[in-house]
Design a protein around this ligand. Structure first.
Ligand code: GDP
Ligand code: MG
Length: 310
């Protein structure tokens, strides 16, 4: 009998699994995901409801592989897109081995935090819940203690960690706590893979991020971005054409700006971000189109990747 030992066989006590990032909009879920995998795979912004789809962030260590599921924040939906987003977040719960419930310690618990606490209490599965107290850079120690107690009172957690995603404070501690709670298991993804989404998807998201960055309240929520063409013209040059969809002519005017200046600014910002991701120069062509009420239209929601399943 011949025994072969695979060189990349993980150690016997290797741990792996899914960590669902759950929390109300704006607590820093996507920021934390990017910080942990040290690459920008999810867009972030100070505006709530920035994340629309589930994005996986994969972190491979010598002793463990953590697969984070970033989710849209759980909120009260006002239209079909909102309903899809909440559904994406809620669906991540049964799939997870560990739930990381993220809160923002710079504010007292809100009604949306309460909804999540109730959701966790009512779930059919019994995974450990880690309470992640984010944004500690914004409070002193006394305030942190008070907030910690207030959030713990909503829903008792298996463990808790206080950290800052933007300042990269105590992220090692967070990872150690999560690893300890993961089950024994194989390395599911190759060590160099950091996400499940394609560069084409991230490129569209990076354009949407610039729209969020440059425009006021109501416009960003009505925007969807689709990459129509993505071509490597040469090893150091990528051509990308994308369409920014809005719901009204007036919104199109705002995205274009006076003499097209706003669109130009959005394009410049997005090009820089995409160049960083691809490590090539990028030629980015942007178009703006109006589709009335796309957020209520199943066909368009599907086309833009916001699929309604089941
Ligand atoms: P999400 O909706 O939960 O995904 O939240 P985002 O990741 O989009 O972050 C919302 C806002 O909070 C952004 O402006 C982030 O820069 C900010 N943020 C995230 N983490 C921290 C942190 O640790 N400290 C501070 N001061 N701001 C943070
Ligand atoms: Mg997000």
């Amino acid at each position: 009998m011949v025994l072969t030992v695979q060189e990349n066989t993980p150690p016997i006590d290797y741990r792996s699994g899914f960590v669902a990032l759950i929390g109300r909009p704006n607590v820093g879920k996507s920021t934390l995901l990017n910080a942990l995998v040290q690459q920008k795979i999810a867009i972030t912004s100070p505006k709530p409801q920035t994340t629309r789809n589930q994005v996986l962030g994969i972190l491979t260590q010598a002793d463990a592989q953590l697969i984070f599921i970033d989710t849209p924040g759980i909120h009260a939906p006002k239209h079909k897109l909102g309903a899809f987003m909440v559904d994406q977040a809620v669906r991540a719960v049964p799939d997870a081995d560990v739930i990381l419930w993220l809160v923002d310690v710079s504010e007292p618990p809100q009604s949306e935090d309460q909804r999540i606490a109730q959701l966790l209490a009512a779930r059919q599965t019994a995974q450990p819940v880690v309470l992640g107290l984010n944004k500690i850079d914004r409070v002193d120690e006394d305030a942190l203690d008070a907030r910690r107690a207030a959030f713990q009172a909503l829903q008792p957690a298996t463990a808790e960690v206080a950290f800052s995603a933007t300042q990269r404070l105590h992220l090692d501690e967070l990872l150690a706590v999560l690893c300890r709670l993961l089950p024994l298991g194989p390395q599911y993804y190759p060590a160099d893979q950091v996400t499940n989404v394609q560069e084409r998807f991230v490129a569209a998201e990076l354009v949407r991020e610039q729209v969020l960055h440059h425009l006021r309240e109501e416009v960003p929520h009505a925007v969807a971005v689709v990459v129509d063409e993505f071509k490597e013209r040469s090893p150091d040059m990528t051509y990308i054409a994308a369409t920014i969809y809005v719901e009204r002519e007036s919104q199109k005017g705002i995205v274009l700006g006076e003499a097209g200046k706003m669109l130009k600014r959005i394009g410049q910002g997005a090009r820089r971000e995409i160049e960083q991701m691809l490590s090539t120069r990028v030629y980015l062509e942007l178009w703006v189109k109006v589709v009335p009420h796309w957020r209520r239209d199943d066909a368009y929601l599907r086309r833009f990747g916001y699929r309604i399943e089941g």
